[in-house]
Ligand binder design. Sequence first.
Ligand code: 9YT
Length: 133
Amino acid sequence: MIVRTIENIKGTESEVTTPNWVSRRLLLKKDGMGFSFHETVIYAGTETPMQYLNHLEAVYCIEGEGEVETIEDGKVYPIKPGTLYALDQHDRHILRAKTQMRMACVFNPPCTGREVHGDNGAYPLEKAYEKPI
Ligand code: 9YT
């Protein structure tokens, strides 16, 4: 069994920081679960455009308030604790944090560790062609 805490992850290679968010990756590909599991803190007032071309992601809000917009149809969904969104269509989206938000995020296929968004808003696969948006 694997047991980890956020405190174990802070300050290690499994913590990835960007100007808009910090992601603490509690389970990664190397753990062999078939998915990765992250706790992501999104900073208040930020707006992050993303599209996971190579991954499916589910995001569950634990703390904070904001909204997610799907760019294709311009729909805006409010997010508060207890809300989940799943990017089942590799949806191009914008996440806006009104307050600081804490999210539990699951990725399939699993992230390997240090991923941040490329110019196309996606995380790369280990060995894969990635089409630009
Ligand atoms: C909610 C979201 O997608 N934020 C970007 C970071 C990502 N969740 C991650 O790598 O943990």
